[in-house]
Design a protein around this ligand. Sequence first.
Ligand code: SAH
Length: 496
Amino acid sequence: MSRKPTETRVTRIEPLARLPVFFGLKGRRVIVAGGSEAAGWKAELIAAAGATVEVYAEDPSEELREVLARLDNPNIIHLARPWSISIFKGAALAILATENDAEAQAFRCAAIDAGVPCNVVDRPAFCDFSFGGIVNRSPLVIGISTDGAAPVFGQAIRTKIEAMLPQGLTRWAEAAQSWRPAVQALSLSFQKRRAFWERFTALALAKPNDLPRDEEREQLLAESVSTASSPEKGSAVLVGAGPGDPELMTLKAVRALQSADIVLYDDLVSRAVLDFARREAKTMLVGKTGHGPSCKQEDINRLMVSFAQQGKRVIRLKSGDPMVFGRATEEIEACRAAGIQVEVIPGITTAQGVASRLLKSLTHRAIARRVQFLTGHDNKGQLPPDIDWRAIADDAATTVVYMPARTIKALADAALHNGLPPSTPAIAVYNATRVDEDVIEATIATLADRMADKERNGPVIVLIGRAMEGAAENWAALLPTSKSDAALTAQRSVSA
Ligand code: SAH
Protein backbone atom coordinates (compact mmCIF):
# COMPACT_ATOMS: atom_id res chain seq x y z
CA MET A 1 0.00 0.00 0.00
CA SER A 2 1.36 3.39 -0.80
CA ARG A 3 0.30 6.87 0.14
CA LYS A 4 1.17 10.39 -0.89
CA PRO A 5 3.00 12.79 1.40
CA THR A 6 0.36 14.99 2.97
CA GLU A 7 0.55 18.39 4.54
CA THR A 8 -0.73 18.09 8.08
CA ARG A 9 -2.44 20.94 9.81
CA VAL A 10 -1.28 20.10 13.28
CA THR A 11 -3.24 22.14 15.81
CA ARG A 12 -0.33 24.15 17.06
CA ILE A 13 -1.84 25.39 20.24
CA GLU A 14 -3.84 23.57 22.86
CA PRO A 15 -6.54 25.47 24.76
CA LEU A 16 -5.11 28.35 26.81
CA ALA A 17 -6.40 29.29 30.26
CA ARG A 18 -5.04 32.83 29.75
CA LEU A 19 -3.71 34.73 26.76
CA PRO A 20 -0.39 36.37 27.58
CA VAL A 21 -0.26 39.78 25.90
CA PHE A 22 2.39 42.38 26.48
CA PHE A 23 0.84 45.74 27.04
CA GLY A 24 2.79 48.81 25.93
CA LEU A 25 2.29 51.52 28.55
CA LYS A 26 4.91 54.16 27.74
CA GLY A 27 3.31 57.57 28.05
CA ARG A 28 -0.12 56.12 28.88
CA ARG A 29 -2.22 57.00 31.91
CA VAL A 30 -3.15 54.22 34.33
CA ILE A 31 -5.44 54.60 37.31
CA VAL A 32 -4.87 52.80 40.58
CA ALA A 33 -7.42 53.21 43.38
CA GLY A 34 -7.39 52.15 47.02
CA GLY A 35 -5.62 53.03 50.20
CA SER A 36 -3.77 49.81 50.99
CA GLU A 37 -0.13 48.89 50.48
CA ALA A 38 -1.16 46.68 47.54
CA ALA A 39 -2.14 49.80 45.58
CA GLY A 40 1.40 51.11 46.07
CA TRP A 41 3.02 47.93 44.76
CA LYS A 42 0.80 47.93 41.70
CA ALA A 43 1.63 51.61 41.09
CA GLU A 44 5.33 50.77 41.21
CA LEU A 45 4.96 47.90 38.75
CA ILE A 46 2.90 49.92 36.29
CA ALA A 47 5.24 52.93 36.49
CA ALA A 48 8.17 50.59 35.74
CA ALA A 49 6.44 49.86 32.42
CA GLY A 50 6.55 53.56 31.55
CA ALA A 51 3.02 54.69 32.43
CA THR A 52 1.98 57.71 34.44
CA VAL A 53 0.10 56.31 37.40
CA GLU A 54 -2.61 58.20 39.21
CA VAL A 55 -3.17 56.76 42.67
CA TYR A 56 -6.62 57.66 44.02
CA ALA A 57 -6.56 57.27 47.81
CA GLU A 58 -8.51 59.67 49.92
CA ASP A 59 -7.32 58.14 53.11
CA PRO A 60 -4.09 56.23 52.40
CA SER A 61 -2.91 53.71 54.97
CA GLU A 62 0.39 54.22 56.75
CA GLU A 63 1.94 51.47 54.58
CA LEU A 64 0.79 53.09 51.35
CA ARG A 65 2.19 56.44 52.46
CA GLU A 66 5.50 54.76 53.16
CA VAL A 67 5.61 52.96 49.83
CA LEU A 68 4.80 56.13 47.89
CA ALA A 69 7.35 58.15 49.86
CA ARG A 70 10.03 55.55 49.30
CA LEU A 71 9.30 55.22 45.60
CA ASP A 72 9.44 58.98 45.20
CA ASN A 73 8.65 58.51 41.52
CA PRO A 74 7.46 61.58 39.57
CA ASN A 75 5.37 59.26 37.40
CA ILE A 76 3.32 58.13 40.40
CA ILE A 77 0.91 60.87 41.34
CA HIS A 78 -1.05 60.62 44.56
CA LEU A 79 -4.51 62.19 44.44
CA ALA A 80 -6.09 62.47 47.89
CA ARG A 81 -9.64 61.88 46.75
CA PRO A 82 -11.80 58.86 45.98
CA TRP A 83 -12.01 57.47 42.47
CA SER A 84 -14.95 58.62 40.37
CA ILE A 85 -16.50 57.77 37.01
CA SER A 86 -14.87 60.73 35.30
CA ILE A 87 -11.29 59.48 35.82
CA PHE A 88 -11.65 56.43 33.53
CA LYS A 89 -11.80 58.25 30.22
CA GLY A 90 -8.63 57.69 28.22
CA ALA A 91 -7.00 55.45 30.83
CA ALA A 92 -5.08 52.42 29.53
CA LEU A 93 -5.80 50.24 32.57
CA ALA A 94 -7.75 50.56 35.81
CA ILE A 95 -6.70 48.80 39.01
CA LEU A 96 -8.41 48.79 42.37
CA ALA A 97 -7.27 47.41 45.71
CA THR A 98 -10.29 46.81 47.93
CA GLU A 99 -11.96 44.19 50.07
CA ASN A 100 -15.37 45.67 49.47
CA ASP A 101 -17.53 43.78 46.93
CA ALA A 102 -19.88 46.68 46.23
CA GLU A 103 -16.98 49.01 45.50
CA ALA A 104 -15.31 46.38 43.32
CA GLN A 105 -18.54 45.91 41.36
CA ALA A 106 -19.04 49.67 40.88
CA PHE A 107 -15.39 50.11 39.79
CA ARG A 108 -15.69 47.28 37.30
CA CYS A 109 -18.93 48.69 35.86
CA ALA A 110 -17.33 52.12 35.44
CA ALA A 111 -14.31 50.55 33.72
CA ILE A 112 -16.51 48.51 31.37
CA ASP A 113 -18.54 51.63 30.48
CA ALA A 114 -15.36 53.50 29.64
CA GLY A 115 -13.89 50.52 27.75
CA VAL A 116 -10.91 50.27 30.11
CA PRO A 117 -9.55 46.82 31.09
CA CYS A 118 -9.92 46.36 34.82
CA ASN A 119 -8.23 44.45 37.63
CA VAL A 120 -9.30 44.29 41.25
CA VAL A 121 -6.31 43.00 43.21
CA ASP A 122 -6.73 39.35 44.26
CA ARG A 123 -10.43 39.34 43.25
CA PRO A 124 -10.52 37.34 39.99
CA ALA A 125 -14.32 37.65 39.69
CA PHE A 126 -13.92 41.38 39.03
CA CYS A 127 -10.93 41.17 36.69
CA ASP A 128 -10.49 41.39 32.93
CA PHE A 129 -6.83 40.52 33.27
CA SER A 130 -4.42 39.28 35.88
CA PHE A 131 -0.81 40.04 36.74
CA GLY A 132 1.50 37.05 36.28
CA GLY A 133 4.92 36.32 37.66
CA ILE A 134 7.63 38.23 35.82
CA VAL A 135 11.17 37.39 34.85
CA ASN A 136 12.65 40.72 33.89
CA ARG A 137 15.45 40.95 31.36
CA SER A 138 13.79 43.93 29.76
CA PRO A 139 13.36 44.42 26.85
CA LEU A 140 13.15 40.64 27.14
CA VAL A 141 10.19 40.03 29.44
CA ILE A 142 8.74 36.67 30.49
CA GLY A 143 5.30 36.45 32.07
CA ILE A 144 4.07 33.43 34.03
CA SER A 145 0.49 32.55 34.87
CA THR A 146 -1.17 29.54 36.49
CA ASP A 147 -4.61 31.08 35.97
CA GLY A 148 -4.80 31.50 39.73
CA ALA A 149 -4.55 27.74 40.23
CA ALA A 150 -1.31 27.65 42.20
CA PRO A 151 0.61 30.85 42.90
CA VAL A 152 3.31 28.97 44.82
CA PHE A 153 3.85 26.68 41.87
CA GLY A 154 4.02 29.73 39.62
CA GLN A 155 6.64 31.26 41.91
CA ALA A 156 8.75 28.11 41.76
CA ILE A 157 8.60 28.14 37.97
CA ARG A 158 9.62 31.79 37.99
CA THR A 159 12.62 30.95 40.15
CA LYS A 160 13.63 28.20 37.76
CA ILE A 161 13.44 30.49 34.77
CA GLU A 162 15.32 33.21 36.66
CA ALA A 163 18.12 30.73 37.27
CA MET A 164 18.18 29.67 33.63
CA LEU A 165 18.48 33.12 32.10
CA PRO A 166 21.67 35.05 32.82
CA GLN A 167 21.19 38.72 33.72
CA GLY A 168 23.39 39.69 30.79
CA LEU A 169 20.60 38.77 28.38
CA THR A 170 19.17 42.20 29.13
CA ARG A 171 22.13 43.76 27.32
CA TRP A 172 21.71 41.45 24.34
CA ALA A 173 18.00 42.15 24.12
CA GLU A 174 18.82 45.87 24.22
CA ALA A 175 21.44 45.37 21.53
CA ALA A 176 18.87 43.56 19.36
CA GLN A 177 16.61 46.56 19.72
CA SER A 178 19.25 49.11 18.84
CA TRP A 179 20.84 47.05 16.05
CA ARG A 180 17.56 46.28 14.34
CA PRO A 181 17.33 49.48 12.23
CA ALA A 182 20.81 48.88 10.75
CA VAL A 183 19.83 45.34 9.81
CA GLN A 184 16.53 46.46 8.28
CA ALA A 185 18.36 49.12 6.29
CA LEU A 186 20.32 46.44 4.44
CA SER A 187 17.13 45.24 2.72
CA LEU A 188 18.21 41.65 3.06
CA SER A 189 15.92 38.82 2.04
CA PHE A 190 13.92 37.09 4.74
CA GLN A 191 16.36 34.16 4.76
CA LYS A 192 19.42 36.37 5.12
CA ARG A 193 17.86 38.43 7.85
CA ARG A 194 17.01 35.29 9.71
CA ALA A 195 20.57 34.08 9.23
CA PHE A 196 21.79 37.33 10.80
CA TRP A 197 19.51 36.93 13.81
CA GLU A 198 20.45 33.30 14.18
CA ARG A 199 24.12 34.30 14.34
CA PHE A 200 23.27 37.07 16.77
CA THR A 201 21.33 34.65 18.97
CA ALA A 202 24.09 32.05 18.92
CA LEU A 203 26.53 34.74 20.07
CA ALA A 204 24.21 35.99 22.81
CA LEU A 205 23.59 32.50 24.15
CA ALA A 206 27.24 31.53 23.94
CA LYS A 207 28.41 34.46 26.10
CA PRO A 208 25.35 36.06 27.65
CA ASN A 209 27.27 37.90 30.32
CA ASP A 210 29.67 39.63 27.93
CA LEU A 211 28.63 43.05 26.70
CA PRO A 212 27.62 43.06 23.02
CA ARG A 213 30.29 45.02 21.17
CA ASP A 214 29.94 47.27 18.16
CA GLU A 215 32.70 45.34 16.36
CA GLU A 216 30.60 42.21 16.70
CA ARG A 217 27.66 43.97 15.13
CA GLU A 218 29.85 45.15 12.26
CA GLN A 219 31.19 41.67 11.74
CA LEU A 220 27.75 40.05 11.75
CA LEU A 221 26.47 42.71 9.35
CA ALA A 222 29.46 42.32 7.05
CA GLU A 223 28.94 38.55 6.92
CA SER A 224 25.30 39.04 6.04
CA VAL A 225 26.06 41.59 3.29
CA SER A 226 28.82 39.52 1.74
CA THR A 227 26.44 36.64 1.16
CA ALA A 228 23.47 38.85 0.33
CA SER A 229 24.08 38.96 -3.39
CA SER A 230 24.32 35.19 -3.89
CA PRO A 231 21.05 33.54 -4.93
CA GLU A 232 18.94 32.15 -2.12
CA LYS A 233 19.80 28.51 -1.50
CA GLY A 234 17.77 26.09 0.45
CA SER A 235 19.18 23.28 2.51
CA ALA A 236 18.16 19.99 4.03
CA VAL A 237 18.86 18.73 7.50
CA LEU A 238 18.21 15.17 8.63
CA VAL A 239 17.31 15.50 12.27
CA GLY A 240 17.06 12.74 14.86
CA ALA A 241 13.96 13.17 17.01
CA GLY A 242 14.86 10.44 19.51
CA PRO A 243 12.45 7.67 20.47
CA GLY A 244 9.62 9.90 21.71
CA ASP A 245 10.32 11.82 24.88
CA PRO A 246 11.06 15.32 23.50
CA GLU A 247 13.60 15.93 26.26
CA LEU A 248 15.80 13.36 24.58
CA MET A 249 16.32 15.64 21.59
CA THR A 250 19.66 17.36 21.24
CA LEU A 251 19.90 21.15 21.57
CA LYS A 252 20.95 21.21 17.92
CA ALA A 253 17.80 19.33 16.92
CA VAL A 254 15.61 21.81 18.78
CA ARG A 255 17.41 24.73 17.17
CA ALA A 256 17.03 23.16 13.72
CA LEU A 257 13.30 22.66 14.26
CA GLN A 258 12.97 26.28 15.20
CA SER A 259 14.57 27.40 11.96
CA ALA A 260 12.46 25.14 9.72
CA ASP A 261 10.44 26.25 6.72
CA ILE A 262 9.26 22.72 6.04
CA VAL A 263 9.21 19.72 8.36
CA LEU A 264 8.88 16.34 6.69
CA TYR A 265 8.25 13.83 9.45
CA ASP A 266 7.63 10.12 9.92
CA ASP A 267 4.71 8.42 11.66
CA LEU A 268 6.95 7.47 14.53
CA VAL A 269 7.85 11.05 15.39
CA SER A 270 5.90 11.96 18.49
CA ARG A 271 3.57 14.92 18.59
CA ALA A 272 5.46 16.31 21.57
CA VAL A 273 8.57 16.56 19.38
CA LEU A 274 6.71 18.25 16.55
CA ASP A 275 5.57 20.95 18.93
CA PHE A 276 9.13 22.31 18.81
CA ALA A 277 8.87 23.21 15.14
CA ARG A 278 8.76 26.89 14.24
CA ARG A 279 5.13 27.92 14.37
CA GLU A 280 5.11 29.13 10.77
CA ALA A 281 6.75 25.97 9.39
CA LYS A 282 4.74 23.77 7.09
CA THR A 283 4.56 20.23 8.49
CA MET A 284 4.12 17.21 6.26
CA LEU A 285 3.63 13.61 7.23
CA VAL A 286 5.70 11.48 4.90
CA GLY A 287 5.00 8.40 6.93
CA LYS A 288 6.52 5.03 6.40
CA THR A 289 5.23 2.37 8.71
CA GLY A 290 6.25 -1.23 8.57
CA HIS A 291 2.85 -2.51 7.58
CA GLY A 292 0.38 0.33 7.05
CA PRO A 293 0.30 2.63 4.04
CA SER A 294 3.69 4.18 3.26
CA CYS A 295 5.02 7.04 1.21
CA LYS A 296 7.48 5.95 -1.43
CA GLN A 297 11.09 6.76 -0.65
CA GLU A 298 11.51 8.35 -4.09
CA ASP A 299 8.58 10.70 -3.35
CA ILE A 300 10.20 11.75 -0.09
CA ASN A 301 13.56 12.32 -1.78
CA ARG A 302 11.90 14.36 -4.52
CA LEU A 303 10.02 16.49 -1.99
CA MET A 304 13.16 17.26 0.02
CA VAL A 305 15.02 18.29 -3.10
CA SER A 306 12.24 20.36 -4.61
CA PHE A 307 11.52 22.33 -1.43
CA ALA A 308 15.24 22.98 -0.93
CA GLN A 309 15.49 24.11 -4.57
CA GLN A 310 12.78 26.66 -3.81
CA GLY A 311 15.13 28.13 -1.20
CA LYS A 312 13.47 26.48 1.79
CA ARG A 313 15.13 25.08 4.86
CA VAL A 314 13.88 21.52 4.91
CA ILE A 315 13.99 19.56 8.15
CA ARG A 316 13.67 15.84 7.59
CA LEU A 317 12.62 14.68 11.02
CA LYS A 318 13.16 11.01 11.76
CA SER A 319 12.52 8.93 14.82
CA GLY A 320 15.52 7.91 16.89
CA ASP A 321 18.78 8.50 15.05
CA PRO A 322 18.57 9.24 11.33
CA MET A 323 21.58 7.01 10.67
CA VAL A 324 20.00 3.88 12.16
CA PHE A 325 17.46 2.11 9.91
CA GLY A 326 16.35 5.46 8.57
CA ARG A 327 17.27 5.27 4.87
CA ALA A 328 19.39 8.33 5.50
CA THR A 329 21.95 7.41 2.85
CA GLU A 330 19.33 7.52 0.10
CA GLU A 331 18.09 10.93 1.20
CA ILE A 332 21.61 12.33 1.58
CA GLU A 333 22.57 11.06 -1.87
CA ALA A 334 19.44 12.50 -3.46
CA CYS A 335 20.24 15.92 -1.99
CA ARG A 336 23.88 15.82 -2.97
CA ALA A 337 23.03 14.70 -6.50
CA ALA A 338 20.84 17.80 -6.78
CA GLY A 339 23.55 20.06 -5.33
CA ILE A 340 21.58 20.70 -2.14
CA GLN A 341 23.58 21.31 1.00
CA VAL A 342 22.72 18.54 3.45
CA GLU A 343 23.57 18.07 7.11
CA VAL A 344 22.74 15.47 9.76
CA ILE A 345 21.89 16.07 13.40
CA PRO A 346 22.07 12.81 15.32
CA GLY A 347 19.42 11.58 17.71
CA ILE A 348 19.19 9.03 20.46
CA THR A 349 18.43 5.74 18.82
CA THR A 350 15.66 3.64 20.35
CA ALA A 351 18.12 1.06 21.68
CA GLN A 352 19.81 3.77 23.76
CA GLY A 353 16.52 5.20 24.97
CA VAL A 354 15.37 1.73 26.00
CA ALA A 355 18.63 0.88 27.77
CA SER A 356 18.19 3.97 29.94
CA ARG A 357 14.57 3.10 30.75
CA LEU A 358 15.53 -0.46 31.72
CA LEU A 359 18.59 0.69 33.67
CA LYS A 360 20.49 -1.95 31.73
CA SER A 361 23.73 -1.35 29.93
CA LEU A 362 23.77 -2.79 26.43
CA THR A 363 27.32 -3.92 27.04
CA HIS A 364 28.76 -5.74 30.01
CA ARG A 365 32.39 -6.60 30.61
CA ALA A 366 31.70 -10.29 31.20
CA ILE A 367 28.45 -11.16 29.44
CA ALA A 368 27.93 -8.71 26.58
CA ARG A 369 31.07 -7.82 24.73
CA ARG A 370 29.26 -6.95 21.53
CA VAL A 371 26.07 -5.08 20.62
CA GLN A 372 24.36 -5.72 17.32
CA PHE A 373 21.46 -3.81 15.78
CA LEU A 374 19.35 -5.95 13.50
CA THR A 375 16.29 -5.21 11.40
CA GLY A 376 13.43 -7.67 11.76
CA HIS A 377 12.38 -7.25 8.17
CA ASP A 378 13.78 -6.65 4.73
CA ASN A 379 12.19 -4.46 2.10
CA LYS A 380 9.55 -7.12 1.46
CA GLY A 381 8.52 -7.27 5.11
CA GLN A 382 10.17 -10.69 5.58
CA LEU A 383 12.93 -11.75 7.93
CA PRO A 384 16.10 -10.83 6.01
CA PRO A 385 17.39 -14.05 4.39
CA ASP A 386 21.07 -13.34 4.96
CA ILE A 387 21.24 -12.95 8.73
CA ASP A 388 24.44 -14.23 10.28
CA TRP A 389 22.84 -16.70 12.69
CA ARG A 390 26.11 -17.55 14.39
CA ALA A 391 26.35 -13.94 15.49
CA ILE A 392 22.76 -13.97 16.73
CA ALA A 393 23.35 -17.20 18.63
CA ASP A 394 26.39 -15.72 20.40
CA ASP A 395 25.34 -15.58 24.03
CA ALA A 396 28.00 -13.01 24.87
CA ALA A 397 26.25 -10.38 22.71
CA THR A 398 23.30 -8.08 23.13
CA THR A 399 21.08 -8.16 20.06
CA VAL A 400 18.68 -5.30 19.45
CA VAL A 401 15.95 -6.03 16.92
CA TYR A 402 14.31 -3.02 15.29
CA MET A 403 10.97 -3.63 13.51
CA PRO A 404 10.53 -7.05 15.13
CA ALA A 405 6.73 -7.24 15.29
CA ARG A 406 5.97 -9.56 12.37
CA THR A 407 9.02 -11.78 12.34
CA ILE A 408 9.98 -12.26 15.97
CA LYS A 409 8.75 -15.87 16.01
CA ALA A 410 10.84 -16.87 13.00
CA LEU A 411 13.82 -14.95 14.35
CA ALA A 412 13.62 -16.58 17.78
CA ASP A 413 13.19 -20.06 16.28
CA ALA A 414 16.23 -19.59 14.07
CA ALA A 415 18.30 -18.22 16.96
CA LEU A 416 17.37 -21.26 19.09
CA HIS A 417 18.05 -23.61 16.21
CA ASN A 418 21.50 -22.08 15.88
CA GLY A 419 22.30 -22.68 19.53
CA LEU A 420 21.22 -19.61 21.51
CA PRO A 421 20.27 -21.02 24.97
CA PRO A 422 16.45 -21.00 25.38
CA SER A 423 16.80 -19.31 28.78
CA THR A 424 18.41 -16.20 27.22
CA PRO A 425 16.52 -13.12 28.45
CA ALA A 426 14.49 -11.34 25.77
CA ILE A 427 12.52 -8.20 26.34
CA ALA A 428 10.09 -6.24 24.17
CA VAL A 429 9.59 -2.53 24.81
CA TYR A 430 6.59 -0.79 23.25
CA ASN A 431 6.38 3.00 22.88
CA ALA A 432 9.74 3.45 24.53
CA THR A 433 10.25 6.73 26.46
CA ARG A 434 6.64 7.74 25.84
CA VAL A 435 3.85 7.99 28.38
CA ASP A 436 2.32 4.70 27.21
CA GLU A 437 5.60 2.78 27.44
CA ASP A 438 5.09 -0.93 28.10
CA VAL A 439 7.40 -3.87 28.60
CA ILE A 440 7.20 -7.63 28.15
CA GLU A 441 9.94 -9.64 29.75
CA ALA A 442 10.43 -13.23 28.67
CA THR A 443 13.09 -15.54 27.29
CA ILE A 444 14.03 -16.06 23.68
CA ALA A 445 11.94 -19.27 23.83
CA THR A 446 8.77 -17.54 25.08
CA LEU A 447 8.87 -13.94 23.87
CA ALA A 448 7.12 -14.40 20.51
CA ASP A 449 4.11 -16.09 22.13
CA ARG A 450 3.96 -13.47 24.86
CA MET A 451 3.97 -10.72 22.25
CA ALA A 452 1.24 -12.48 20.27
CA ASP A 453 -0.92 -12.86 23.40
CA LYS A 454 -2.12 -9.32 23.28
CA GLU A 455 -2.34 -6.86 20.39
CA ARG A 456 -0.59 -3.62 21.31
CA ASN A 457 -0.36 -0.37 19.44
CA GLY A 458 2.77 1.60 18.75
CA PRO A 459 6.36 0.81 17.82
CA VAL A 460 8.18 -2.03 19.52
CA ILE A 461 11.79 -3.01 19.86
CA VAL A 462 13.26 -6.29 21.15
CA LEU A 463 16.46 -6.74 23.13
CA ILE A 464 18.01 -10.17 23.53
CA GLY A 465 20.93 -11.17 25.70
CA ARG A 466 22.13 -12.02 29.17
CA ALA A 467 22.78 -8.34 29.92
CA MET A 468 19.00 -7.85 29.96
CA GLU A 469 18.44 -10.15 32.96
CA GLY A 470 16.11 -8.42 35.43
CA ALA A 471 15.40 -5.49 33.11
CA ALA A 472 11.63 -5.47 33.58
CA GLU A 473 12.02 -5.33 37.32
CA ASN A 474 14.24 -2.27 37.01
CA TRP A 475 11.73 -0.71 34.69
CA ALA A 476 8.77 -1.44 36.95
CA ALA A 477 10.59 0.05 39.92
CA LEU A 478 10.87 3.35 38.03
CA LEU A 479 7.12 3.60 37.45
CA PRO A 480 4.64 5.41 39.66
CA THR A 481 3.50 3.00 42.40
CA SER A 482 0.12 1.98 41.03
CA LYS A 483 1.45 1.00 37.63
CA SER A 484 4.50 -0.64 39.07
CA ASP A 485 2.40 -2.91 41.30
CA ALA A 486 0.32 -3.93 38.33
CA ALA A 487 3.39 -4.54 36.24
CA LEU A 488 5.09 -6.61 38.90
CA THR A 489 1.95 -8.64 39.47
CA ALA A 490 1.72 -9.29 35.75
CA GLN A 491 5.31 -10.47 35.65
CA ARG A 492 4.90 -12.69 38.66
CA SER A 493 1.89 -14.36 37.12
CA VAL A 494 3.89 -15.00 33.97
CA SER A 495 6.96 -16.40 35.64
CA ALA A 496 4.78 -18.57 37.94
N1 SAH B 1 15.91 5.57 13.34
C1 SAH B 1 15.16 4.87 14.36
C2 SAH B 1 14.70 3.52 13.91
C3 SAH B 1 13.72 3.57 12.76
S1 SAH B 1 13.16 1.98 12.29
C4 SAH B 1 16.00 4.79 15.64
O1 SAH B 1 17.17 5.13 15.61
O2 SAH B 1 15.46 4.41 16.67
C5 SAH B 1 11.63 1.90 13.13
C6 SAH B 1 11.70 0.98 14.30
O3 SAH B 1 12.34 1.64 15.38
C7 SAH B 1 10.36 0.59 14.85
O4 SAH B 1 9.77 -0.47 14.11
C8 SAH B 1 10.74 0.13 16.23
O5 SAH B 1 11.34 -1.13 16.22
C9 SAH B 1 11.82 1.14 16.58
N2 SAH B 1 11.26 2.27 17.36
C10 SAH B 1 11.27 3.57 17.03
N3 SAH B 1 10.73 4.32 18.04
C11 SAH B 1 10.38 3.45 19.01
C12 SAH B 1 9.79 3.58 20.29
N4 SAH B 1 9.46 4.77 20.78
N5 SAH B 1 9.58 2.46 21.01
C13 SAH B 1 9.92 1.25 20.54
N6 SAH B 1 10.48 1.07 19.35
C14 SAH B 1 10.72 2.14 18.58
